[in-house]
Ligand binder design. Structure first.
Ligand SMILES: [Zn+2]
Length: 304
């Protein structure tokens, strides 16, 4: 039964696991979750993962495979296996790969959660059939992952696809990463909401800002115009380097229709080193399953 894949999405509030059959990978045989309870410490989180893997075995009737895929926030350094930049703080600085291997008796394959999203959407979601897919998550932050020929590009430092910390021209807002003018400080949801607040005096969430723009609210319209022009500049830099067949846009801000409009494509073309733009901009199709499916697929894609 080595053909069954186990995937774990290790999130800040919940740990989700799925067992999938590679023959029909967009449907889980079993899908379960346990709370992360990160405040109880690192050893507790490892225990929760172990408990979940045991539950998956019982529920699916499938013994754990030698390889298990994990999606996590943050980045695992490929040379050391040490996790960094995770919002589940107790994981940072830990040798997560080694520790999971010890606790689970398996070979963990760990990737950033945006990479898992990109992999799942590339193989079985919106980007199916395309050779090179850039999957990005535009929500509370700006994550991204690159999939080429069905494989995630991790990168020498584990940061491949981290487009959110490229600088935008004329932007100077400080970023938590220590730099200024990062894409994330301009077009992530909180940054757009802050821009709206500065121009209207009102605190509103993005869905409401989008609705108000349609009703003629000037601050809302200028917030969306800013999203269009800055997204165009940001994604054109990715296209100039990677030239992907498709860009799949996940996350809350990724739901906004404007990103897929012809006017946005024209704005992207202005910054692209080409006379036409054929890159597809696609909405994800796997919903909240992409993370855990991508983690499972990671264990298959890592086979050599
Ligand atoms: Zn930054």
């Amino acid at each position: 039964m080595a053909s069954r894949l186990f995937g774990i999405d290790l999130g800040g509030t919940k740990i989700e696991g799925a067992v999938i059959d590679p023959a029909s990978p967009d449907r889980a045989l079993t899908r379960l979750r346990v709370p992360t309870e990160g405040s109880r410490g690192y050893a507790h989180v490892l225990g929760q993962v172990s408990k979940l893997v045991g539950m998956l075995e019982i529920d699916s009737g499938v013994r754990r495979p030698r390889r298990i895929g994990f999606g996590t926030p943050g980045v695992t350094d490929p040379s050391t296996g040490v996790l960094k930049n995770s919002n589940t703080l107790c994981l940072n600085g830990r040798r997560l790969r080694e520790d999971l291997a010890r606790v689970l008796g398996c070979e963990p394959h760990i990737a950033n959660d945006a990479n898992c999203f990109a992999l799942a959407e590339s193989l079985f979601g919106a980007g199916r059939g395309r050779g090179v897919v850039f999957g990005l998550i535009l929500g509370t932050g700006c994550g991204g992952g690159v999939v080429v020929g069905g494989r995630v590009l991790g990168g020498l430092h584990g940061i491949a696809g981290e487009w959110g910390h490229n600088p935008l021209r004329a932007e100077r807002t400080p970023c938590y990463c220590g730099r200024r003018g990062c894409i994330e400080t301009v077009i992530a949801g909180p940054a757009l909401e802050r821009y709206y607040r500065e121009h209207s005096g009102a605190n509103r969430r993005m869905p409401e800002i989008v609705a108000r723009a349609a009703e003629g609210d000037r601050a809302a319209r200028s917030t969306l115009a800013r999203l269009r022009s800055k997204f165009a500049e940001a994604i054109a830099a990715v296209i100039n380097i990677l030239d992907p067949d498709a860009v799949v846009i996940g996350g809350g801000v990724g739901n906004i229709d404007l990103l897929y409009a012809e006017e946005t494509r024209r704005a992207v073309l202005k910054h692209t080193f080409n006379h036409e733009l054929r890159t597809e901009f696609l909405r994800p199709t796997l919903g909240d399953s992409a993370g855990v499916f991508g983690a499972a697929l990671l264990s298959a894609a890592s086979r050599s």
